[in-house]
Each structure stands twice: as structure tokens, then as C-alpha cells.
Design a protein. Structure first.
Length: 226
């Protein structure tokens, strides 16, 4: 309600001020009352489409929120590596990637992302004997697939032992697909690396939608870890 209309209907009828204000109204207003406020304009088609689009985006899977990572300010020069002392790892960043401020998943102590296309996070893990690395990675990948991917169908696309810069480990990758029309397939890789201090490093990579370039970047980040 604009200021012009407020001046017309305030103060309430019957008051002295109203009688004075009524002198400025046309004769018909004294008989029929002050004019009614103009009807509200219906939202434009563009506004309704934007509201519908926001509702559609809000209903997407959790993976969409995870991949969209809060990055450092554009005025800060992006570092070429991320150094995570808590996780006991330093990992390189491919072109277009930037270090995040806070990891979006509890427990992870560092994060890097390529816009909203792919994300890699790291965290410290418990000590794992080399013969048990695969079973530990399977448990981790199943846990994070349930929490983050929430796919209607999850397929294992890679499962193998690795050695990253002298650190024995195991990696497992899965691809999630969805029955709805909103979510495109998503990709996740979990890698567990041993540490000289007897503990381990967990590295988690996510891409949504699943894309070969994003997969290659995630592999480059993890394989460059020291």
C-alpha cells in the first residue's frame, strides 16, 4: 500500500481530522465513501516461472548441495595446493579449482572444488592395517553413498589397491542414478591412504553431474596427494 493511498484513508472516519481530510475528496466520496484500494497485481509469468524453478531446485537430492561449495573470495589468489595438517595430506589443485573455506560434510578438515561441478574433501582417519584397507573403504563408500548420493541405483565402477606417492591405499568409485527427472547421475570416489604415523587419510571426491572431465580431475587431485 503506497503513501498516496495511506493519505486518503487515514485517519479513520468520524475523527475531526477525517472531516478535514474529507474536504479534499470529490462529492461522490462523501456519499459512497473513500475509493477502494487498487487491486493487487498478479505476479508476472517470469516471476511465477522463477518461483517454480526455485521449488524444483530445492527438491533436488543432497548431492547438489554438497557439490556447491563455499569458496574463498575472488580477490584472493587461488593456491596451487591444499595443505591439510590434520588429515596429514597435501594435494594439488587442477586448473579452475579453488580451496574451500569450510568442508560441507562434518569431519572433513579441508575441501577444494571446481565451481559446482566437482568437490574433493579430506579428513583424518583411524589406523588401518594394509590387508584391511579394502574392507574399510567399502564401509566408507557405502556410508557416504547413503548419506550423500541417495541414489535409486548405485553401481561400483572402480575398486582397486593403489599406492600414492609411496603411501599404500585403496580406492573405490561408484555411480548413482535417479528415477526422477530432476537429478542427473552422480559420481563418488572414496580413497583411504595410510600415514607414516599409523593413522590414515580419507579422501572423498564428488561430481554432479557425472562427467569424465570431473572424474579425471578428482583422480588427479587424489593421485597427487603427498
Amino acid at each position: 500500500m503506497d503513501d498516496q493511498w495511506t493519505r486518503r484513508v487515514w485517519p479513520p472516519p468520524g475523527s475531526e481530522t477525517w472531516e478535514a481530510a474529507g474536504e479534499d475528496l470529490p462529492p461522490s466520496a462523501h456519499r459512497y465513501g473513500a475509493p477502494a484500494p487498487p487491486p493487487r497485481r498478479r505476479p508476472s509469468l517470469l516471476r511465477r516461472l522463477l518461483v517454480a524453478l526455485l521449488a524444483l531446485v530445492a527438491s533436488a537430492s543432497v548431492i547438489g548441495a554438497i557439490v556447491v561449495t563455499v569458496l574463498r573470495g575472488a580477490e584472493d589468489p587461488p593456491p596451487t595446493v591444499v595443505s591439510d595438517r590434520l588429515a596429514g595430506v597435501t594435494y594439488p589443485l587442477p586448473p579452475g579449482w579453488a580451496e574451500g573455506v569450510v568442508a560441507p560434510v562434518t569431519g572433513f578438515t579441508s575441501v577444494a572444488a571446481h565451481g559446482d561441478l566437482a568437490t574433493v574433501m579430506a579428513r583424518p582417519g583411524e589406523g588401518v592395517d594394509p590387508p584391511n584397507l579394502r574392507s574399510a573403504v567399502i564401509d566408507l563408500s557405502e556410508l557416504y553413498a547413503r548419506l550423500l548420493l541417495q541414489g535409486d541405483d548405485v553401481e561400483v565402477v572402480d575398486d582397486r589397491a593403489v599406492t600414492v606417492n609411496g603411501r599404500p591405499g585403496h580406492t573405490r568409485a561408484v555411480r548413482a542414478t535417479y528415477s526422477d527427472v530432476v537429478n542427473e547421475p552422480a559420481f563418488m570416489r572414496v580413497t583411504l591412504l595410510t600415514r607414516p604415523d599409523g593413522r590414515s587419510t580419507v579422501m572423498l571426491g564428488l561430481a554432479h553431474p557425472d562427467d569424465q572431465r570431473a572424474r579425471a580431475d578428482i583422480v588427479a587431485v587424489i593421485s597427487g596427494a603427498t
